[in-house]
Write a protein that binds this ligand. Structure first.
Ligand code: A2P
Length: 330
C-alpha cells in the first residue's frame, strides 16, 4: 500500500485523480490532498472519507513519507514543488508541461513507451492531452510501416483549460463575456491554445510536435500541427494525416488498431459509426474511426482520434504510470 498525494486536488484534473484512484482501487495507505491557500481547510470526498485539503508548503510535505505525488496545479507549482516532493522520496508524476522536454525526465504513455519509466530521477512527466491520444495509433503505424510525416489538426474541449475554461463556455451560452479565452468560445472556434511563439505557432502546437518525437524516440519525424479550441465541454477530437514510409492495406492497419491496447476502433460509416466527443467522455480508451486512405499522396492515411482529455489525456494516464511503477517494483 502506498502514500499518495494529489497537488491541485481541487482542480478539474485533480478531482478526476480522486475519481480514478477510487474506481481503479489504487492501493492507497493514506491519501493527502494539496491545493492553494484559497482552498486549504476545505474537504474533498474519497471513498467513504472526507479528506482535508492542505496548502502546498514544504512543512506540510516533509513528514508524510509520500510514495507518489500526482501534480496538476500548473507549471509554476510543478517547477517549485516537484523537486521538493522528490527530495522527500516521492515519485512525482507531473501533468504540467514544466518538465516534459527535460532530458532527465521520462515522458510516458504506458501503452507506448513503458520502458522509459526505468530511468526517472524522481519526476516522470505526463504528456500533453492532445499528444497522449495520438500516440497509441501512431506507435502502431511507426512500428509496422515507418512514418514520414504527420499533420495534426485538433478540436479541443474547454475542460482542457481547467475550471475557468468550462465556466467560459457555460457562461458564454448565457451571453456573458469570456474571462479565460480572448474571444467568446460559445458558438466559436479559436485557433489559439496556450501562448503564441515567435515562429507563429502556439505553444500547444509545438508541444505536440516535440512530445511526439520524444515519446516515439524519433527526432527525425516531420510533424506539423494546428490546435483549435472548440465549444465542446469534454474530450478532444483530432484529425491526424499520416504519410507512411511503406505501402499498406487498409484492412491490415484496421486489424493492428483492433489489437492495440487502449485503443477502440469505432469505424462503420454504413451505420454512421465514428467516434465523437460525447461518446468518448467518461471512457478510458482512445477511440479511432474514419480510417481511410489519403489519395493525394503515396501511402497516405487519414485518422479521426477522440479521447476524454481529462481521463486518458491527463489523470488516467498519470495513474497508469503509477500502476506501471508498482508492477515494475519501482
Ligand atoms: P485552488 O482550488 O486552491 O485554487 P484548474 O486548472 O482546474 O483550474 O485547477 C488548478 C489547480 O491548481 C487547483 O487545484 C488550484 O487550487 C491549484 N493551484 C492553483 N494555484 C496554486 C498554488 N499557488 N499552490 C497550490 N495549488 C495551486
Amino acid at each position: 500500500m502506498y502514500n499518495v498525494a494529489i497537488v491541485g486536488a481541487t482542480g478539474n484534473v485533480g478531482r478526476k485523480f480522486l475519481e480514478i484512484l477510487e474506481e481503479r482501487n489504487f492501493p492507497i495507505k493514506t491519501l493527502y490532498l494539496f491545493a492553494s491557500k484559497r482552498s486549504a481547510g476545505s474537504k474533498l470526498k474519497f471513498k467513504e472519507n472526507e479528506i482535508l485539503v492542505e496548502e502546498t508548503l514544504e512543512k506540510n510535505i516533509k513528514n508524510k513519507k509520500i510514495d507518489f505525488a500526482l501534480f496538476s496545479a500548473g507549471g509554476d507549482i510543478s517547477l517549485k514543488f516537484s523537486p521538493i516532493f522528490a527530495s522527500y522520496g516521492a515519485i512525482v508524476i507531473d501533468n504540467s508541461s514544466a518538465f516534459r522536454m527535460d532530458k532527465n525526465v521520462p515522458l510516458v504513455v504506458p501503452e507506448v513507451n513503458p520502458e522509459d519509466i526505468t530511468w526517472h530521477n524522481g519526476i516522470i512527466a505526463n504528456p500533453n492531452c492532445s499528444t497522449i491520444q495520438a500516440m497509441i495509433p501512431l506507435k502502431v503505424l511507426l512500428e509496422n510501416y515507418g512514418i514520414k510525416r504527420i499533420v495534426y489538426s485538433t478540436y479541443q474541449a474547454v475542460s482542457g483549460a481547467g475550471m475557468q475554461g468550462i465556466a467560459d463556455l457555460e457562461n458564454g451560452i448565457k451571453g456573458l463575456a469570456p474571462k479565460k479565452f480572448p474571444y467568446p468560445i460559445a458558438g466559436n472556434c479559436l485557433p489559439h491554445i496556450d501562448v503564441f511563439l515567435d515562429n507563429g505557432y502556439t505553444k500547444e502546437e509545438i508541444k505536440m510536435i516535440k512530445e511526439t518525437k520524444k515519446i516515439l524516440h524519433n527526432s527525425n519525424l516531420k510533424i506539423t500541427a494546428t490546435a483549435v479550441r472548440v465549444p465542446v465541454l469534454n474530450s478532444h477530437s483530432e484529425s491526424i494525416n499520416v504519410e507512411l514510409e511503406k505501402p499498406y492495406e487498409l484492412n491490415d492497419i484496421i486489424n493492428l488498431f483492433i489489437n492495440a491496447k487502449g485503443l477502440t476502433v469505432y469505424d462503420n460509416i454504413n451505420e454512421l459509426e465514428y467516434p465523437t466527443a460525447l461518446m468518448a467522455s467518461g471512457k478510458d480508451d482512445v477511440f479511432i474511426g474514419r480510417i481511410r486512405r489519403d489519395f493525394s499522396t503515396d501511402n497516405g492515411l487519414n485518422l479521426w482520434v477522440v479521447a476524454d482529455n481529462i481521463r486518458k489525456g491527463a489523470a488516467l494516464n498519470a495513474v497508469q504510470i503509477a500502476e506501471l511503477l508498482i508492477r515494475s517494483d519501482m
